[in-house]
Design a protein around this ligand. Structure first.
Ligand code: IFM
Length: 436
């Protein structure tokens, strides 16, 4: 499977139309000072009205899969209760058009945009009852789409959701609470994932189900014992916290001990729910983590180190071998039957040249080198079943607004004109090779 990926709030716009309720990203992006360029997702790529054109673009790209997310507050404007049929209809139409175009719909139920009403009630993911709300939302969506969508991911990037939303405050809901909050939110997110898997099994017969984690290969900055220990703690916190919960007996005991009283309360039955069998793991990967001892995220006490080399506009190191290594790490350490690279891509400054084209040479090289490394992992036995480039088109890059472009399709945000970049043309070539 070769595709591109996107997420609802980043592309849809139409935030107050056809019955959609507000989400935490509407609130956060409208709070002065939160978004680097002062923008918001009110219009974004206007995909809610241009979805047809966007499916046509994907046809031109020649990809055979599209990963998108569903906006909870379009379906249930207040987070629970009465279903907004217009919201469901939007995704239903999109799915039909994708299928007609021969493009597999790969749907994510939750990609950062919680209905604001649920945030206001007990702090969003901090309230355990949200698990039931997520289950009901999953039911509403999958009863409607489960006959046609056969690839589902429950939650996108639980670590980012919990830590950047509840501790560092850089993402919505923008809270700066203690580690206990991140860990409680995280636990509820994982419980919600398990509950959703059970619901999807009932409503979407024969579908492949999974979750999406942001996994980076962790490497110590030196062989100094303190760097080695910091790298180990970081791997436990970002990667193994989730992988062990999903595929082993539970949260890694070493880390539970280190978090001490901040560790989440786990009651009988919780781990069984989180363990609910899934068919695949989605891996989002952009860079590796080179780590030394430091003061960040106590008690993880680490700091990122930037080795010399090439960096993207996000300040992320370009290190294609990191993708190969993390895929091998997953395969060597966990019984994962199938893996998809659900996101991989790069933000670089793009400019339209007088020929009306975007020659994004560096993005082409980035994608080429990462796809090669993914392929190498596959040749060496990793059960990799697909690769999705992030992103289908330039979009609202969260706290960076529109100042960072990741798309393989360029968007002129003034006119909403779409132009396929050289990286999009490169993906088309890869797609043709795969079809042959
Ligand atoms: O844009 C995000 C996406 O929503 C989640 N994964 C990382 C991407 C790039 O920052």
């Amino acid at each position: 499977m070769l595709g591109t990926a996107s997420a609802s709030y980043q592309i849809e716009g139409a935030v107050a139309e056809d019955g959609r309720g507000p989400s935490i990203w509407d609130t956060f992006s409208h709070t002065p000072g939160k978004i680097e360029d002062g923008t918001n997702g009110d219009k974004a790529c206007d995909h809610y009205y241009r979805w047809w054109e966007d499916v046509e673009l994907m046809k031109k790209l020649g990809v055979n899969a599209y990963r998108f997310s569903i906006s909870w507050s379009r379906i249930l404007p207040k987070g629970r209760g009465k279903i907004n049929n217009k919201g469901l209809q939007f995704y239903s139409n999109l799915v039909d058009a994708l299928l007609e175009a021969g493009i597999t719909p790969f749907a994510t139920l939750y990609h950062f945009d919680l209905p604001q009403a649920l945030q206001d009630e007990g702090g969003g993911w901090l309230r355990r009852g949200i698990v039931d709300d997520f289950e009901a939302y999953t039911d509403a969506v999958s009863v409607e789409l489960g006959d046609r969508v056969k690839h589902w991911t429950t939650i996108n990037e639980p670590w980012e959701l919990a830590w950047q939303g509840y501790v560092t405050g850089e993402d919505a809901p923008g809270l700066r609470l203690g580690n206990d909050a991140a860990l409680k939110a995280s636990h509820n997110i994982m419980l919600a994932h398990g509950a959703a898997v059970r619901t999807l099994r009932d409503n979407s017969q024969g579908a492949e189900l999974g979750i999406v984690l942001h996994l980076n290969m962790v490497e110590p900055a030196s062989d100094h014992p303190e760097a080695l220990a910091a790298a180990h703690r970081w791997e436990l916190c970002q990667n193994r916290w989730y992988m062990d919960a999903l595929y082993r007996e539970g949260y890694p005991s070493e880390m539970v001990k280190l978090f001490g009283r901040d560790a989440p309360e786990v009651i009988p039955g919780d781990m069984e729910q989180i363990h609910e069998q899934i068919d695949f793991l989605g891996v989002n990967n952009y860079r590796r983590s080179v780590v030394a001892a430091g003061n960040d995220l106590p008690p993880v006490n680490m700091r990122r180190v930037s080795p010399p080399g090439e960096y993207t506009e996000m300040g992320w190191e370009v290190h294609p071998e990191g993708l190969y290594k993390i895929l091998k790490w997953v395969h060597a350490n966990y019984p994962v039957p199938r893996v998809y690279v659900t996101e991989n891509g790069a933000s670089f400054i793009d400019a339209m040249t007088p020929d009306g084209k975007i020659h994004d040479v560096r993005r082409v090289a980035y994608l080429r080198d990462h796809i090669e490394n993914a392929h190498r992992a596959m040749r060496e036995g990793v059960p990799l079943k697909g690769y999705f480039a992030w992103s289908t088109m330039d979009n609202f890059e969260w706290a960076y607004g529109f100042s960072r472009r990741f798309g393989v399709v360029y968007i002129d945000f003034e006119t909403q004109r779409r132009t396929i970049k050289d990286s999009g043309r490169f993906l088309s070539k890869v797609a043709k090779t795969i079809r042959r």
